[in-house]
Design a protein. Sequence first.
Length: 158
Amino acid sequence: MHYLRWKRHGDANYEVVDFHGLCKTREYKIWENMKERCYDKNNNAYKNYGGRGITVCDSWRNSFSEFIKDMGFCYDSNMQIDRINNNGMYEKNNCRWTTITQNSRNRRGIKLSMEKAREIRKKYAEGERVNKIAREYNVGHSVIGDVIRNKIWKEGAV
């Protein structure tokens, strides 16, 4: 019972019960998963979140209502929660609802940006070789090919 209460409401010693009737909403599942990534050592994603010191602010950890008050409901089923600063905690000033594309670009391992993709396309158009561009940007030549063919980092994509 202790684990289930913690999983659902945060700290088991937290005395206020949060009756909101939103347990089956997508936002509630996102809120639960956010806490599990940060605090459940058995969660597969723990090493990338809680294991790196990423936490959830106390008001969100203990109250789904506070989370919704700060974040609001996401208006699209394709939206995800995103931390603006990947090394920062889940809190009001560091989180936003974003598209899957935008969220995937805000990862620790990403080496390119839209500006760099534009530079790559320009260099290629000016006759620079793909392998040289790949070495310069420290990515594989297949990534450069995908940028040039607009498979990734498409102009106008959010």
